[in-house]
Every structure is written in C-alpha cells, then in structure tokens.
Design a protein around this ligand. Structure first.
Ligand SMILES: NC(=O)c1ccc[n+]([C@@H]2O[C@H](COP(=O)([O-])OP(=O)(O)OC[C@H]3O[C@@H](n4cnc5c(N)ncnc54)[C@H](O)[C@@H]3O)[C@@H](O)[C@H]2O)c1
Ligand SMILES: [Zn+2]
Length: 358
C-alpha cells in the first residue's frame, strides 16, 4: 500500500492506494480517529460485490455499519437520493461523531459527500471509490453535490473527506467502457501537468486497460498527486484549479446536447481534449507534433476523438455559453502549450465556432 497526503492544514487527509486494501477499511478509519456508527452509502450494482467485504472489515474494527442503498445512475444524483440518505441517518440516530462512507463511483461519492457536508452541519466522511474516474478524480478534492433539473452539479459544497481508500482490485468488475472513460482523466493529467506520465501512457496504455496492477497503482498515484497539488494550491477554484477543466468546456457541452445519455463523461472529455488541443494549436499555443500525440493517445485508449455527426456546432456553442464558466460574453478555456503545460485564454463563441468548423 502506498500513501499520499492532501495538505490542507487542519483539513488534510491521506489517500491510500493498494490492491486488496478494502479488507483494511476498519483499521484505516480508526487511524484517522473514526469509530462508532458508519453509514455505507452505495448502490445495488456496487453492493453486490463489495458491501459484504466492507461490512466485515468494519465490524472487525468495532464499527456499527448501516448500509444505505441508492438507485444507480447519474439520473439519481439528485435531491431525492439525498433525502433518502438524510431520512436513514435521522432514523438511525446518527450523531456528529458518526461518519459516512461513500462506496461507489463519482455519483455515490458526490451524493454521500454532500450529505456529509450538510447533515448536522457536517459529519466526517470517507471516500472508497470504485471506478477509475473516481480513483483518479472525483474522490479527491472535496467537491460534493447533486444535480438540479436545470443543470449538473448546481447544488453543492466544498467538503473534504477524512480519508480516501483506493483499492485497485475493485476495477476487475468495472465494465470496460467505464474503465476507458476513466482513462480520459488520466490522459488529461498528462497533458496539463506531466510529460513523463503522458509518455508512459503512450508506451503502456494497453497494459492499463488489461489492469496491470503495478502500472495501475503507479498511474493512479501520479494522477492523485497531481490532483492533490492543484487542490492544495486553489481548493475552491478561484482560478488555478480550473486547469482540471482541460477538455471539459466542450466535453460538458457535448454531454448536455446529447442529453447525458449517449456519451460517458470521459468519452465526452476525450473529444473535448482533442478539440481543446485543436483550438490551442489554432491560437498558436500548441505545436502540431504535440497535437498529433494527444489525438493519437486518446484514440489509442479507445476514446472517441470526433464530435458525433448529428451534433450541430451551433447547439454545442449555445451549451457552452450557458455553462457556468462563461463570463463577459467570452468563454474561459484551458489551452495546452504542448504537453505538460497550460494557460487560460478567453475566446468568443465565434472564434470557437470557426475552429470547430475548420
Ligand atoms: N467531485 C468531483 O470532483 C468530481 C469529478 C469528476 C466527476 N464527478 C462526478 O462523478 C460522476 C461520474 O462518476 P463515475 O464515472 O464514477 O460514474 P458512476 O458513479 O455512475 O459509476 C459508473 C457505473 O459503474 C458502476 N460501478 C461503480 N464501481 C463499479 C465496480 N467496481 N464494478 C462494477 N460496477 C461499478 C456504477 O454503479 C455505475 O453504474 C458524475 O456525476 C460527475 O459529476 C465528480
Ligand atoms: Zn472530468
């Protein structure tokens, strides 16, 4: 097991990464000062594989575990699921010292985290992510929240967990399409911050898809370290944390215009990164060789690189303008300057349209 630290003063916490470490959940929770009641927020898909093992690990360390099963899927990341969590916590008489454990992908993590941020004005919580996307991205950094009928993640809070426990063995049951979607975020870290990571992915991305344990641990740890560094520098996304949105402005717009059903988030980000790199090249920030490498790696991962034919560019631009990052008529874009370096640049919708039509 390897351990990284997210350094945020009195809100600091460890990230443990290893294979089979789910069995150590109870002991690792004890280490950060947790005991007593713990609510395991999860869904039936994840529960069928991991609820029993985690319950056993928790009771071995003296915890009283209360499972809370929510319906699976992004469509249920809403206030109805949140209410279900509150109802159970109240019925089970959870107190300020009781804790919440999120066992699942980003949907469960965001929901459980927001419930923890708000129940009794905040109870401790722990992330036990089970998708690759959640391993490298959503479980670290303290963004929690739910969707509103009018948009994604409109209700939320910054609230850091006490611990992140990443057991890479859980990826064995994750559908391959979900695994590949998670790779989009790993590639993103390479493009924005880490040429060595990018080079490693170019050489060995196939081995990651085949779940090579050593390589997985290494790349997940590198990804979490980058995310931690960015969050430490700008926890509440006043400015710099927005580098994590590389590929996401177009990606989010694509998800919105395709009704959030056709493309997985990582797939939309795959296309979004290709288009962001194209925009960067057009603006003179990125060279042709780097652009070609980015497109090749995204394709090699098995991610889409082109906007689906039926999506109109006009609708895409419209979706970007309503995105919360649009300000003053211009849209704030993360541009890549080759591989491993970025800069922010504001673009008018007409300039984006011109680049996407080229
Ligand atoms: N908080 C953040 O910083 C942050 C960052 C990125 C994304 N997100 C959020 O994360 C969500 C997406 O997360 P996701 O991609 O993990 O999707 P998800 O949580 O919907 O999980 C994908 C699917 O895989 C299933 N699953 C999870 N683990 C499994 C396993 N080990 N074996 C078999 N099946 C498994 C889930 O039940 C689900 O059906 C979005 O809501 C997004 O907004 C949050
Ligand atoms: Zn993302």
């Amino acid at each position: 097991m390897q351990t990284l630290n997210v350094n945020l003063g009195d809100r600091s916490y460890p990230i443990h990464i290893g294979s089979g470490i789910l069995a150590r959940t109870g002991e690792l929770l004890n280490q950060v000062g947790l005991s007593g009641k713990v609510a395991i927020v999860t869904n039936p898909t994840v529960a069928q594989f991991y609820l029993e093992p985690i319950q056993a690990a928790l009771s071995k360390a003296g915890f009283t575990a209360v499972p809370i099963l929510l319906p699976d899927g992004e469509a249920h990341k809403n206030s109805i699921s949140l209410q279900m969590i509150y109802d159970r916590l109240i019925a089970e008489r959870f107190e300020r010292k009781s804790s919440i454990l999120a066992l699942g992908g980003g949907v469960v993590g965001d929901l459980a985290g927001f419930a923890a941020a708000t129940y009794l004005r905040g109870v401790p919580y722990v992330q036990v992510p089970t998708t690759l996307l959640a391993h490298v991205d959503s479980s670290v950094g303290g963004k929690t929240g739910v969707n509103h009928a009018d948009g994604k993640n409109l209700i939320g809070a910054f609230y850091q967990p006490k611990l992140v426990l990443i057991d890479i063995a859980v990826l064995k049951t994750l559908p391959r399409r979900e695994l590949i979607a998670g790779l989009a975020e790993v590639i993103k870290y390479g493009v924005i911050e880490d040429t060595a990571l990018f080079g490693l992915l170019e050489q060995q991305i196939d081995k990651l898809v085949q779940l090579d344990s050593d390589l997985l641990s290494q790349t997940i740890a590198t990804s979490c370290a980058i995310k931690a560094k960015v969050v430490e520098a700008d926890e509440r996304e006043d400015d710099y944390r927005a580098v994590l949105n590389f590929g996401h402005t177009i990606g989010h717009a694509l998800e919105a215009v395709t009704g959030y059903t056709e493309l997985l988030h990582g797939e939309a980000v795959g296309v979004g990164m290709v288009k962001a790199a194209a925009l960067s090249m057009r603006q003179g920030f990125c060279d042709q060789i780097s652009f070609d490498r980015i497109v090749r790696l995204i394709g090699k991962a098995g991610l889409p690189t082109e906007i689906p034919g039926k999506v109109s560019l006009a609708s895409l631009i419209q979706a970007m303008e309503v995105d919360k990052k649009a300000a003053g008529g211009k849209i704030k874009f993360v541009m890549c300057e080759g591989i491993g370096k970025t800069r922010f640049h504001h673009l008018a919708p007409s300039e984006i349209l011109a680049a996407l039509s080229a």
